[in-house]
Design a protein around this ligand. Structure first.
Ligand SMILES: C[S@@+](CC[C@H](N)C(=O)[O-])C[C@H]1O[C@@H](n2cnc3c(N)ncnc32)[C@H](O)[C@@H]1O
Length: 232
């Protein structure tokens, strides 16, 4: 069965009208790079799970000219967009239509990846599968490697969730220079809303600690948007 993210209209809307309007998107990417740099100054192999058009992988490949990227997304239209976006890096970038709810073992050997990143993707899995994926990520990381998840997480209360939603709509309105009422209507009725299975960031950081990740922490957070991860 086709998932929401495998629809071309959903991917196009996200890439054109949402990605650039994500609050503090540039800061999140900067924190990702700063943490990666701290733990692995010269990554050779990086992996982007749910890569979309390669937004995060591109930042890593631009920053690390020696690195190669393994990018996985289960959406064929997204991988088509990634082929276009990642064209300048095509010799250093492998793009796969693949589903990380299954095992990711086939994409890399254990202890072989310096840095694994993911942007707004893992929250589509039920919690037990999130944890299983974090375990798989830990297996694939090299000792000394780092995992960074830039992620939509749950608010602590419904009131904070409502505040998050309204502030997010403000950001989307400014980015699209659009009509706030219309953008709010689209936001609350977006087709991928039901796909979001959010968990609080403190809960997820604890999962990482239980698995054995070191330095597991939330490195940056604005409302429901968090940059968290840990090392091996
Ligand atoms: C909101 S987009 C984020 C794309 C990109 N990482 C970014 O930061 O802009 C979420 C992506 O996760 C992908 N995705 C969701 N569930 C997935 C799964 N089980 N396996 C692989 N990709 C998945 C979707 O196809 C989509 O491209």
């Amino acid at each position: 069965m086709e998932t929401t993210w495998q629809r071309e209209d959903v991917t196009t809307h996200y890439l054109k009208q949402v990605r650039g309007g994500i609050p503090y998107g540039a800061e999140q990417a900067q924190i990702m790079l700063q943490v990666v740099n701290h733990f692995v100054s010269e990554p050779q192999i990086v992996m982007d799970l749910g890569c979309g058009n390669g937004f995060l992988a591109e930042i890593l490949l631009r920053s690390y000219p020696q690195a190669k990227a393994i990018c996985i997304d289960h959406s064929a239209p997204m991988i088509e967009q990634a082929k276009i976006n990642m064209e300048p890096y095509k010799n250093r970038c492998e793009l796969y239509v693949g589903d990380f709810s299954q095992s990711i073992d086939s994409f890399a050997r254990p202890n072989s990846v310096d840095c694994i990143v993911s942007g707004y993707a893992i929250h589509h899995l039920p919690h037990s599968m999130k944890k299983a994926l974090y375990k798989d990520i830990y297996q694939l990381l090299k000792p000394g490697g780092i995992f960074i998840n830039i992620e939509h997480t749950a608010s602590a209360t419904e009131e904070i969730e409502r505040l998050h939603d309204e502030l997010f709509i403000d950001h989307l309105t400014a980015y699209n220079k659009g009509d706030r009422q219309q953008i709010a209507k689209e936001y609350y009725n977006r087709p991928d809303k039901a796909d979001n299975i959010l968990a609080r960031v403190d809960v997820q950081v604890n999962w990482l600690r239980e698995i054995g990740f070191n330095h597991a922490d939330c490195y940056f957070k604005w409302m429901e948007l968090a940059v968290f991860g840990g090392g091996k």
